[in-house]
Write a protein that binds this ligand. Structure first.
Ligand code: NDP
Ligand code: GUE
Ligand code: MG
Length: 284
């Protein structure tokens, strides 16, 4: 029977470790501050932003919340980012995505100073990830590596299949798995024989954004399945990209939704905020 990977518990452990570390930093006079910017009021974004603020409060990070109207122009947002880039008392800047259609996401990502880009979305941080240099790593894939390591799931030499190639999940996930010495395959909407490719996976990462898409036809017996997708139905019930009931008896371990990858994303954001203080000390 499958082992449920408890992202809630593991994320709590990480947050407690960070809480201790931040208390130590405070004794030495160092404060950690994260600025969170939300443009518009998409309800899902509000939930995630709320969870981020709660985590900050819990571990002792000061959070500055900017709730801007949907009508905010790109120029106004860029002006705020510039102001925060220049503030010595701000360590991390996060602009919740997606931004409204009239704002160019790429311009926003590139405007954030790479040493404050706690999301790890800036091309400089993406480049650093690929070459193995210091920088911020995208929170969701970094959280997945922590989930695997802290559950004693071996990655070295394993066949890992990542389904999805977005800049924030699929691509950095593949690079991190490669860094752990996995054999990595990346699949996407043009992949032929997706079922056959997924069936090779010792570790399958499902990140396509389609509710319950992955059923038992995609799973090798004994595989570890990481479900990144999050979907909310009419009754406000959450599910992932994986049809968990259908695959449960086949897998060796699986992440639930909710309580799997989502809480880890938040924990790694907190980790990156602490990392920001370190990087800013050495590189500024
Ligand atoms: N738990 C968490 O912390 C987080 C969860 N998420 C969730 O993860 C999911 C993915 O997010 P994100 O990466 O931003 O999504 P995107 O929509 O940016 O990317 C989806 C990817 O999946 C591929 N894809 C879509 N349909 C298929 C298909 N039928 N077969 C194979 N590949 C397919 C696309 O291929 P192509 O490139 O060819 O179009 C694309 O590469 C969403 O449900 C999102 O809500 C996201 C971030 C954090
Ligand atoms: N700049 C930016 N950075 C992000 O990191 C970012 C983003 N934009 N846009 C959207 C995605 C999604 N994301 C999640 C964060 C927390 C949960 C989370 O807390 N999930 C809980 C449940 C939350 C709920 O009740 O909906 C769980 O899975 O248990 C999920 C998803 C961060 N993202
Ligand atoms: Mg996306």
């Amino acid at each position: 029977m499958a082992f449920l990977i408890d992202g809630k518990k593991i994320s709590s452990q990480i947050k407690d470790e960070l809480k201790t570390e931040i208390a130590e930093m405070k004794k030495k006079g160092t404060e950690v501050t994260l600025a969170v910017i939300q443009v518009g009021n998409d309800p899902a974004s509000s939930v995630y932003v709320g969870n981020k603020k709660k985590a900050c409060a819990y571990i002792g990070i000061r959070s500055l919340a900017y709730e801007l109207p949907e009508s905010t122009t790109e120029m106004e947002l860029l002006t705020l980012i510039d102001e925060l880039n220049n503030r010595k008392d701000v360590n991390g800047i996060l602009v919740q995505l997606p931004v409204p259609a009239h704002i160019n996401e790429k311009h926003i990502i590139e405007a954030i100073h790479p040493l404050k880009d706690v999301d790890g979305f800036h091309p400089r941080n993406v480049g650093a990830l690929v070459t193995g240099e210091d920088g911020f790593v995208s929170c969701t894939p970094a959280g997945i590596i922590q989930l695997l390591k802290r559950s004693n799931i071996d990655i070295d030499g394993k066949e890992c299949v990542v389904v999805g190639r977005s800049n924030i999940v699929g691509k950095p996930m593949a690079i991190l798995l490669l860094r752990e010495n996995a054999t990595v395959t990346i699949c996407h909407s043009h992949t032929k024989d997706l079922k056959e490719v997924c069936k090779r996976a010792d570790i399958l990462v499902a990140a396509i954004g389609k509710p319950k898409f992955f059923n038992r036809d995609y799973i090798k017996e004994g595989a570890v399945v990481i479900d990144v997708g999050i979907h909310r139905n009419e009754q406000n019930k959450l599910c992932g990209d994986v049809d968990r009931d259908d695959v449960m008896d086949l897998v060796s371990a699986i992440t639930p939704v909710p309580g799997g990858v989502g809480p880890m994303t938040i924990a790694m954001l907190m980790y990156n905020c602490v990392e920001a203080v370190r990087l800013q000390k050495t590189e500024r």
